[in-house]
Write a protein that binds this ligand. Structure first.
Ligand SMILES: Cc1ncc(COP(=O)(O)O)c(C=O)c1O
Length: 329
């Protein structure tokens, strides 16, 4: 078994693996629009940061020791990042998934974790989160010495975005005026909003959620695109400093994903389309003396969404709209 000394040495490797992601400027007629490319994190999403930070803090405090089993409920990205860092740290990890998990993520997790648990029963909101959380609690009581990273409640997840994502935004774009952030566990919006508001209380933090998610008090409705939204109000949300909220229907998410691909050459996951759509609707019809500086995060890549967002047949049958057609030769 790994010794504590080896665990700390491996943690130091993790510290070097987490790198600054680039901020690029996109063409836009009305605003000075920037995207931070979180899909360039090593495992491919914004979730690399909280996954590493939660494990790091747990190890430093002694809550996670070499024979701890890590358990987490995740719709994909967070589990993938945890699987990679747990492998690096030689910790056992059991992800709890549901049927909305993109097939590529499930294949990756099955290849990297000895045990994968998948629930199949919807909760009363039509989502799976509550069922997954019940499964986590049951595993915790069955496995002695297990540790639930608990991304919806763990302040270390928020601190990851305060210390890493938020600090990087300040270095890259210290005069940013609007930051649009998708919400699921609320770790990103709470950590980033706190550090940016400390630097400039006037910066506008716009939270973005999917129609059918209950985070901001909407009625629950079946959702198909993973990554953004939740069927509970995440406890971390109380730490967030939010100026405005934009709710986006899944059909608009889709149109926005295609626009990001065809206009900006960015092949991104559904949640990034949701946020991009929110930016377009938020500034539509608004007039400014000079274009405001706006930032959003490209949280993950589009490859995991080829079966739904980028599949015209799926789009037609699930969202009842026609997907944008390819260019004819
Ligand atoms: C692709 C993607 N975008 C956005 C989010 C939202 O981030 P947070 O959980 O920090 O609220 C997530 C969370 O899983 C995600 O996977």
């Amino acid at each position: 078994m790994t010794s504590r000394k080896e665990l700390l040495e491996r943690l130091a490797i993790g510290d070097r693996i987490i790198r600054e992601t680039p901020v690029i400027q996109l063409q836009d007629d009305h605003i000075c629009l920037h995207a931070k490319l979180e899909f360039l994190n090593g495992i491919g999403s914004i979730k690399d940061r909280p996954a590493f930070w939660i494990l790091k803090r747990g190890i430093e405090r002694g809550d996670i020791v070499p024979d701890t089993t890590i358990i987490e409920s995740s719709s994909g990205n967070f589990a993938c990042a945890l699987a990679a860092f747990c492998r690096l740290l030689k910790l056992n990890f059991i992800p709890v998934l549901d049927p909305v998990v993109p097939p590529t993520y499930e294949a990756y997790l099955r290849a990297n974790c000895k045990h994968v648990v998948k629930v199949d029963e919807c909760d009363e909101t039509g989502g799976y989160l509550k069922t997954r959380l019940r499964m986590v609690r049951s595993l915790m009581s069955d496995i002695p010495g297990s540790y639930w990273t608990n991304q919806y409640e763990n302040p270390d997840g928020m601190d990851a975005h305060y210390n890493l994502t938020g600090a990087e935004i300040l270095r890259a774009l210290p005069h940013v005026e609007y930051v649009f952030l998708g919400v699921s566990s609320a770790g990103t919006v709470s950590g980033v909003s706190r550090v940016l508001k400390e630097h400039n209380p006037d910066v506008q933090i716009i939270a973005v959620d999917a129609e059918g998610s209950v985070i901001f008090g909407q009625k629950p409705k079946k959702r198909y695109i993973s990554g953004i939204g939740s069927s509970i109000t995440p406890p971390l949300l109380k730490h967030a400093m939010i100026d405005d909220v934009v709710i986006v229907p899944e059909s608009d998410t889709l149109t926005a994903c295609y626009e990001l691909l065809t206009r900006h050459n960015l092949f991104v996951g559904g949640s990034t389309g949701t946020v991009y759509s929110a930016i377009q609707s938020y500034f539509r019809g608004k007039r400014f003396k000079r274009p405001p500086t706006v930032l959003f995060l490209c949280s993950d890549r589009g490859a995991a969404y080829l079966h739904n967002v980028y599949n015209p047949e799926w789009v037609a049958s699930h969202l009842m709209i026609a997907a944008p057609t390819p260019v004819a030769s």
